[in-house]
Design a protein around this ligand. Structure first.
Ligand code: ATP
Ligand code: MG
Length: 280
């Protein structure tokens, strides 16, 4: 059975049982990286007569932080949805791998969206526990959920209802829910897009800290080029259904917003985005 066929049986959104915890990677990628490598070959997707992705080839190293930018409608969310098994490709293949071993179980991945999608009738801690799936009933799961809530600095809100949280706090609960199972791949589709500028910057720092601590492979779709350059090891620009630019960001972390190095890379990416917008 092909990898793609296996994916069809295991949609990502069902908060399935967690993978066993692995030691935290202090600075991914390293020798024992928790994240999985992702290999995408000739991936195409059309909706009816509308071609959206026209053959994406991409290799993401284990534990790499990749930002995906592109104009609205360029196919960024579609690419994430394909990789998460939420859409079926029209052609092409993709797979996840741990060293030489292929991993066909999508339960190793989690996703976070722009809307926090919390259960309104469940407390904050219960919302985090949802991310453990069936592991919720195992010994130590409560401690694990609480530790993850503490990592996103919301331990004191554990018994609160989602309705009383601010937008930034809700997104932190959503991040804790996504990370409590220690996923090996985390897909983020504009997770910070609805937040005000200051909350957004503090969430970016939190996300970077969690990535450094857990070592998952991160795929971040964002419209914010500064966010992409500040957080990612690599920025990919999607235009016209293909990868128009693929650059490494090798600046030391934490990166200084507004520094000349960050600004120069932002300029390069924006030039490519505007070039795409102006072409017929
Ligand atoms: N389920 C669907 N059925 C039909 N067309 C779709 C479907 N999902 C996406 N599309 C189309 O595919 C194209 C790419 O959509 P996608 O959501 O991937 O873009 P995007 O790059 O994420 O845009 P945005 O930045 O606005 O979120 C759009 O033209 C969209 O209308
Ligand atoms: Mg989108």
């Amino acid at each position: 059975m092909s990898t793609t066929a296996l994916r069809r049986q295991a949609p990502i959104v069902d908060f399935a049982p967690a993978t066993p915890a692995a030691p935290a990677a202090a600075q991914p990628p390293g020798d024992s990286v928790h994240g999985l490598a992702i290999d995408v070959q000739g991936l195409r997707k059309s909706f009816g007569a509308n071609p959206v992705l026209n053959g994406i080839d991409l290799h993401v190293a284990a534990g790499q932080f990749v930002a995906i930018v592109g104009r609205s409608g360029s196919g960024k969310s579609t690419l994430l949805r394909l990789l998460l098994g939420l859409e079926q490709p029209s052609a092409g293949t993709f797979s996840f791998a741990d060293g030489a071993e292929r991993i066909d179980n999508l339960r190793v991945a989690r996703v976070m969206f722009q809307e926090p999608r919390l259960l309104p009738w469940a407390s904050v801690i219960a919302n985090v526990e949802v991310g453990l799936g069936a592991d919720r009933k195992t010994a130590g799961s409560g401690d694990r959920a609480l530790a993850t809530l503490a990592a996103v600095e919301l331990e004191e809100k554990r018994n609160a209802w989602p309705a009383v949280l601010s937008g930034g706090q809700k997104q932190r609960v959503s991040l804790a829910r996504a990370l409590v199972s220690r996923p090996r791949v985390l897909a983020l589709d504009e997770p910070l897009g609805a937040l005000d500028a200051l909350t957004r910057i503090s969430m970016q720092r939190l996300l970077e800290r969690m990535w450094l601590d857990q070592g998952f492979t991160a795929l971040l779709v964002t419209h914010d080029v500064a966010e992409a350059v500040t957080l990612a090891d690599r920025v990919i620009v999607i235009d016209d259904g293909a990868i128009a630019l693929d650059i490494r960001i090798e600046l030391p972390r934490p990166r200084q917003r507004g520094s000349a190095d960050v600004a120069a890379l932002e300029g390069r990416i924006l030039d490519k985005l505007f070039a795409g917008a102006e072409s017929p």
